[in-house]
Design a protein around this ligand. Structure first.
Ligand SMILES: Nc1nc2c(ncn2[C@@H]2O[C@H](COP(=O)(O)OP(=O)(O)OP(=O)(O)O)[C@@H](O)[C@H]2O)c(=O)[nH]1
Ligand SMILES: [Mg+2]
Length: 358
């Protein structure tokens, strides 16, 4: 029974992609009041028993490289193809801005009936990474969409976080982005599933950008430089640690619409790749666990993680709760590990409440 004042979420409307219902469900997720959190957990649990058919595509990269512009282009193309889209943007500032480019349907010239739901989430104190609400929003959306695009900013934490929710990760850089390439070369950064060099506004710039990446990454062991295919070439050799996937590099321009078909094709190809041989199921299971361990560490620190039995213990407790949403499993885990802070969190004390040490 929902608490008085908490509107129940109509699951059928959610599954029909009713935007008002999606908004209401995500509002519940972000609401810190205990009864709202409980209601949100119930919705997520109901969804957990249903297929999560969406392709979750993470679009990440340094500030200003054109991630939102590319996403706007991808949205327009997917809408034309009649697909249902969820877009989650993580706003690195503490204030939720509404996702400048993404929240604005009229700027993207979307038909009013287009099945697109976009929402931005504050990164809070996650250094550009994914907050719990953002992660769970993606979990929710992947049950009701065909594609979920997730934009995260930055190089570092956000890449780790995006790898915990995306089926495919696209790293966007711009021409002459030496630092990022050095990170990849040095192995500080993983090779993404797809690398897109944006702002390659014309063919000459695209050629230069491709040559730059090729030169920068040529010395990395698993980079193949001999397999040029027009402006696409594999970064990683087939059969390397990516289970036979060779990450393609694509030079694109959101401004001049260059090679967006290639980017789309690369994304679709990676989707096909992860869907074979049970890879998607095991990828998502591993992601969920990595997320849980990260959340435990964030919430309770090293000591709390040890109390939960470290990653092995978390995996064991996870396996004991089949059919539940990751949100519920985490809530149960946090409750079991107590007397640490519980989650769903207790209501924040009001301004008059005595703080610690007062
Ligand atoms: N020349 C050129 N400019 C572009 C292209 N794509 C985006 N831009 C411009 O780059 C700037 C940043 O674009 P955004 O799409 O907001 O980039 P972003 O990566 O989402 O930025 P943050 O979310 O702030 O990290 C804007 O001024 C865009 O107009 C492109 O393909 N070519
Ligand atoms: Mg952006």
């Amino acid at each position: 029974m929902p608490a008085p004042g908490v509107q129940p979420i109509d699951l059928q409307a959610l599954l029909r992609f009713d935007r008002k219902t999606i908004a209401a469900a995500l509002n519940l997720l972000e609401d810190r009041r205990a009864e709202r959190q409980e209601r949100a957990l119930a919705v997520l649990d109901e969804l957990a028993g249903l297929p999560a058919a969406a392709h979750v595509v993470g679009i990440t990269g340094p500030p200003g490289v054109g991630k939102s512009s590319l996403i706007a282009r991808l949205i327009a193309r997917a809408v034309q193809a009649g697909r249902r889209l969820g877009v989650v943007a993580v706003d690195p500032s503490s204030k939720v801005s509404g996702g400048a480019l993404l929240g604005d349907r009229s700027r993207m010239q979307l038909p009013p009936a287009a099945a697109v739901y976009a929402r931005s989430f504050a990164a809070r104190d996650r250094l550009g990474g994914l907050s719990r609400e953002a992660f769970l929003a993606v979990f929710l959306l992947r049950h009701i969409c065909d594609v979920v695009l997730v934009e995260t900013v930055g190089v570092g934490q956000s890449e780790t976080d995006i790898a915990n929710i995306a089926d495919s990760v696209v790293l966007v850089v711009q021409p002459f982005s030496g630092d990022v390439l050095q990170f990849i070369k040095a192995g500080v950064m993983e090779i993404p599933d797809i690398l897109a060099v944006n702002k390659a506004d014309d063919a000459a710039l695209a050629d230069k950008a491709m040559a730059e990446v090729r030169a920068a990454l040529a010395t990395r062991g698993n980079v193949s430089t001999d397999a040029w295919k027009a402006d696409t070439f594999p970064l990683a050799e087939p059969g390397s640690d990516a289970g036979g996937w060779s990450s393609p590099l694509v030079a694109v321009s959101a401004l001049s619409n260059l090679n967006l078909d290639r980017l789309e094709a690369a994304i679709a190809e990676h989707h096909r790749h992860v869907q074979t041989a049970g890879r998607l199921v095991s990828r998502r299971a591993a992601q969920e666990l990595a997320w849980a361990v990260g959340e435990l560490r964030y919430e309770l620190g090293r000591v709390g993680l040890a109390a939960a039995g470290r990653p092995d213990g978390v995996a064991a407790r996870w396996a004991q709760q089949p059919g539940r949403s990751p949100a519920r499993k985490l809530a149960n885990l946090l409750a079991a590990v107590g007397p640490m802070p519980s989650w769903p969190p207790r209501p924040l004390p009001g301004p008059d409440a005595p703080g610690p040490g007062r």
